[in-house]
Structure formats: structure tokens, C-alpha cells
Design a protein around this ligand. Structure first.
Ligand code: PEP
Ligand code: MG
Length: 583
């Protein structure tokens, strides 16, 4: 038996057989010199690999057409064109002849050069093709290196997918009924894999370094996506423990279903709102199932990121409308693009910024591209007629930026008016508080915001100077650091002084052990992954405000994260002696 701990990417526990999706990666491409008389055989290897890759894409393409998945089919069309591009093939042949290195290296060099050129092109269409090129080059490389990639569409039995990483196209194509769990070497909580796994409710553990080297095809895996644990070939004791956890999980799940219809209200009547964070429109249904009282954060950038291209106004309009309609009268907060940082759009970003997390990100990105920003705002304003929409800006650092963004909303309204498009005139516009400067000036920002939502993932990252994706310093990302608690208090008090609500949509909002403390600090709204809603609701319904306020006051007097964590542990053990709500 072996046990690995990684990043809890998507909650839930599952046991099943491993399917190794790929046991190698582009970074491990062999490089060696060849003799002149080997050129011909190397070239033949390429032609075979390329033909196999093309055949694979054709099959996938036909399936997409049959299933009327036109957008995905058009992406595959572009892939096929690249695989059939004779000019590209000539370049590879020339590189092989000149460099006298193995064909894998020649292919890699040409694809890298091409990608660089595409990214540098002024033509947006060409820049967009860079993401497709990566997909295609990886497919050809897998054929050359004889890495057998199982077809994720035609799975005959249930599997747990073990992979170095997953491409968006893999996730789109996979049979989600058969893939019961996902385990990857790379990734963070905000990686595509995590986000899509959560969207499709597939338990996932990510960032396990070299786990693909440790697991063999067909081995039994126990995956706990809530804790970030993977056990390979569990012994009897682990199997018994797994069954216990599963039973408890189901029992809690059943019990939690019972409180779906009940309000998120403390024992003494303080009513708060529990909403869902979603990344793709389809997730709205899941939010509803778990009793969400609306969407507190729709990360609109994933609309662009999953397809790797800029989405036009009509397509955006349709996606926003779909979410709004599926939530009926319930409020839906759509965040404008948070592109940049670790979420790059190949059309604009090549990933060579020195400090991307401090760079061209979120509202800065949108404000510097007014046409793109206003297109999104028009799509939102128009979709606003079909539901209860609220718009939210990410990464506001000060009042000037907020004023500029608000001015853009007015310009977008004027555009709609000029074009004769129907749109919603009155829409609440809120500010994400996720930069320390915004937290410190919350009172000022509250004057021009209809609501606040605290983005703890970034607020912690920026306040404590800890890269949220870097596992080496991850231990420093302490949500209960005294500095963070003081920020929370300042933000919530700043909002309430101006009679606006203070919500939270970072990961901490879905942590049941933090709920009482956040209530005590005065938080009005908690937005989280849909699956966490019943757990947090149970805590809220099991406490009274007087106790929560006392807890918050004591926590604010603590001098270290450990002290606060210990305080919460003891408090929770006292108020929830059976550990209810903790899975
Ligand atoms: C956050 O920063 O807490 C947040 C919710 O936004 P994201 O995770 O998308 O950066
Ligand atoms: Mg953020």
C-alpha cells in the first residue's frame, strides 16, 4: 500500500481501478543525434505518427458532429488542418535533415518556433491558434513516443484517471459517467482540471508531483478529493477506514439533503445567504440541487479559457442568459473577466510576464482592452433582462479603477441604446475585495459599490506575499493570520457603515470550521462550491450570534494563526461534539 497527499481539487471519495492516461509529457522528450542514413526511417516514423493523430482527431470530430457539439467539432477542424498542413511537414523534414537529431526533437523545435510566431502575430485569429497548436503537437508526440492514450470517450468500465495533466479537449471529450475520479501530477485548485472536475462533480486530487510514475495501470486507488489523499492498493485496514468514511459521507449527505429547504439562519434568527461559485453554465443546475440561494460568483473567464479563444458578444449573451434562466429569480453575480495571472488567454498572453500575479490581470486587463470589456458588459446588460443579475469587478485596487470600470458600464449601456438593443438599466455592481489596498480603503470603495465580495484566495496571497499556486510556500497561506482577520473586520465594517452587504467568495467561505467566526465578524453572504453549501448551512443553523460574536472578538485578540486555529478547533469541538458537518 502507498499513500500520497496532494491538492484537494474536487471533493468526494471514490475507489476504483487506475487508468494511466499518459505516462510521459512534453518536457521529457528525448534528444539524441542520428546518422544520415537514419533520416529516412525517422521521417517515416513521423508520417505514421501524424497519420495516426489525424485519424484520432477525425474520429473524435465525427462523434462531435453526431452529437451536435458544433463548437467542439470546429476546434477539431482546426486541429485537423494543422495535421494536414504540408508546409508544416516540410519544415519538420528540413529541420530533421539539418540538425541530424531525432524526429521527436525536430517536431518539438518546429512546433515551439511556430507557437512563438503565432503568439507574436498582430492577427488575433493567428494568436488564437497557439492553444490548438499545443494540443496538436502533444497528440503527435504521444504517437511518436508510443504513449498509449486510452480513448476517454469509449471507456468500457469505470476508471480513475491518472495523468500528468489533462487538456481542456480531453475533459470535453471524456465520458463523464465512466471517469469516477481524477489524479494528476500537476495542477492547483484553480487549474482547469480542478475547476472542470468540480463542475462535473468528479472527485480529484491534483499536484501529486510524480504520481504517474508510482501508479500502474489497473491498480486499485482510493481517492479522497476532500482531503487530497490517494491510497494505492489499500490494505485491509485502509479499506475498512474507507468504508467507514464513505458510510459517514453518505449519512451526512442524506442528513444534509433534509436541510436543503431550510433557511441559512442561526438559532437566534440571523439570516445569511449561501450561494454557489460556478465556472461553467452547466454547473448552475448543481448549485440548485445543493440548495444555493443564487450564484455568488460566476467566473466568466472560463467561458474563454475552456475554448482558448475570445468569445463574441452573442455567444457570451447566450451563456449568461443560460445561467440566469436556470436560477430563475435568484440573484446571479457574474464577475467580469479575471484573465491573467495563472489564467492565460493565448490570444493576448504568452506567459512571459515576470510577475504575472502582480501584472496584467483581471480589471487591469479589461480596462486596457475597452472593446473587449464593453463587449462583455453589453452581453451582461442584455442578458440582465432574463434574470436577477449582479455584475462584479475582480481585483479592484482603488477608487480610480472602480470609477473607470463603472464608467465602462455606462458606455456599454449607451452602446446598447444606440444599437437599439434591449438591456437592463438598473443592475447592482459590486467590488471584489482581494487586494490589501482595497481592504484598507473599503470605506471609500463602499461609497461606489452596491456590494462587496471578499476574495480570500487572492487577499491571502497578496497580504501574506504567498504565491497561491506554489506548494513550497503554501504552508504560509494562513486564512486565520491575524492580519487577514483584521482585514475581514475592516472590510465588513466598511460595507455595513455604508449599508451595503459584505459577502465572501474565496475558498474560506466554504470551510465549515470558519463559518461561526465569519458570522461573528458580520459576514452577510457566503459563496462556495455547491457541494459545501449543506455543510456550512448545518453549522450556521447550529450556532447563535452571541457565541459567534464572542468567538470573533477572541479570535481578533489572538496573536498568531496557530492560536486562532486552536481556538476554532476547541470552539467547534464544544459546539459540535459529534464532529457533524466535517467531511
Ligand atoms: C479569490 O481570489 O478568492 C476568488 C474568489 O477569485 P479567484 O479564485 O477566481 O481568483
Ligand atoms: Mg481572485
Amino acid at each position: 500500500m502507498k499513500k500520497f497527499t496532494g491538492i484537494p481539487g474536487s471533493p468526494g471519495i471514490v475507489v476504483g481501478k487506475a487508468l494511466l492516461y499518459a505516462d510521459n509529457d512534453l518536457y521529457e522528450i528525448p534528444r539524441y543525434t542520428i546518422r544520415k542514413n537514419q533520416i529516412e526511417s525517422e521521417w517515416k516514423r513521423f508520417l505514421t505518427a501524424n497519420a495516426e493523430a489525424a485519424e484520432e482527431v477525425r474520429t473524435l470530430h465525427n462523434r462531435m458532429i453526431q452529437e451536435a457539439r458544433r463548437e467542439e467539432a470546429s476546434i477539431l477542424d482546426a486541429h485537423l488542418m494543422m495535421l494536414e498542413d504540408t508546409e508544416l511537414q516540410d519544415q519538420i523534414k528540413e529541420r530533421l535533415n539539418i540538425s541530424l537529431e531525432n524526429i521527436e526533437w525536430a517536431v518539438r523545435s518546429i512546433f515551439c518556433d511556430m507557437k512563438e510566431k503565432l503568439l507574436a502575430s498582430p492577427d488575433p485569429y493567428l494568436r488564437e491558434r497557439a492553444a490548438d497548436l499545443s494540443d496538436v503537437s502533444r497528440r503527435v508526440m504521444h504517437k511518436l513516443l508510443a504513449i498509449k492514450k486510452a480513448s476517454l470517450t469509449d471507456l468500457k468500465s469505470d476508471v480513475i484517471l491518472v495523468s500528468y495533466d489533462l487538456l481542456p479537449s480531453d475533459i470535453l471529450a471524456m465520458n463523464k459517467k465512466r471517469v469516477k475520479g481524477i489524479v494528476t501530477d500537476t495542477g492547483s485548485r484553480t487549474s482547469h482540471t480542478a475547476i472542470l472536475a468540480r463542475a462535473f462533480a468528479i472527485p480529484a486530487v491534483l499536484g501529486l508531483s510524480a504520481v504517474t510514475k508510482e501508479i500502474r495501470e489497473g491498480e486499485t486507488l482510493m481517492v479522497n478529493g476532500s482531503l487530497g489523499e490517494v491510497i494505492v492498493n489499500p490494505d485491509k485496514q485502509a479499506a475498512v477506514q474507507y468504508q467507514k468514511t464513505l458510510d459517514q459521507y453518505r449519512k451526512t449527505g442524506d442528513a444534509l439533503q433534509d436541510i436543503r429547504e431550510l433557511p441559512a439562519e442561526t438559532g437566534d434568527g440571523r439570516r445569511v445567504h449561501l450561494k454557489a461559485n460556478i465556472e461553467v453554465p452547466e454547473e448552475a443546475a448543481q448549485a440548485f440541487r445543493y440548495g444555493a440561494e443564487g450564484i455568488g460568483l460566476y467566473r466568466s473567464e472560463f467561458l474563454f479559457l475552456t475554448s482558448g479563444r475570445v468569445i463574441d458578444e452573442e455567444e457570451q449573451y447566450r451563456a449568461y442568459r443560460q445561467v440566469l434562466k436556470s436560477m430563475g429569480d435568484l440573484p446571479v453575480t457574474i464577475r467580469t473577466l479575471d484573465i491573467g495571472g495563472d489564467k492565460l488567454l493565448p490570444e493576448f498572453q504568452s506567459g512571459n510576464e515576470k510577475n504575472p500575479l502582480l501584472g496584467w490581470r483581471a480589471i487591469r486587463f479589461s480596462l486596457s482592452l475597452p472593446d473587449l470589456f464593453k463587449t462583455q458588459l453589453r452581453a451582461l446588460l442584455r442578458a440582465g433582462l432574463d434574470g436577477n443579475l449582479r455584475i462584479m469587478f475582480p481585483m479592484i485596487s482603488g477608487i480610480e479603477e472602480l470609477e473607470q470600470a463603472l464608467a465602462m458600464v455606462e458606455e456599454a449601456k449607451a452602446d446598447c441604446y444606440r444599437k437599439g438593443q434591449a438591456y437592463m438599466e438598473q443592475i447592482a455592481v459590486g467590488t471584489m475585495i482581494e487586494i490589501p489596498a482595497a481592504a484598507m480603503t473599503a470605506d471609500i470603495l463602499a461609497e461606489r459599490s452596491d456590494f462587496f465580495s471578499i476574495g480570500t484566495n487572492d487577499l491571502i496571497q497578496y497580504a501574506l506575499a504567498v504565491d497561491r499556486g506554489n506548494e513550497k510556500v503554501g504552508y504560509l497561506a494562513q486564512p486565520f493570520h491575524p492580519a487577514i482577520l483584521r482585514f475581514f473586520k475592516r472590510i465588513i465594517d466598511g460595507a455595513h457603515a455604508r449599508r451595503i452587504t459584505a459577502g465572501m467568495c474565496g475558498e474560506l467561505a466554504g470551510d465549515p470550521s470558519a463559518a461561526a467566526l465569519l458570522l461573528g465578524l458580520g459576514l452577510d453572504e457566503f459563496s462556495m462550491i455547491p457541494q459545501s453549501i449543506p455543510l456550512v448551512k448545518r453549522i450556521i443553523r447550529g450556532v447563535v450570534m452571541e457565541d459567534c460574536r464572542a468567538l470573533a472578538e477572541e479570535a481578533l485578540r489572538c496573536t498568531s494563526s496557530q492560536q486562532v486555529a486552536l481556538l476554532l478547533e476547541v470552539w467547534m469541538a464544544k459546539h459540535f461534539p459529534d464532529g457533524e458537518g466535517y467531511i
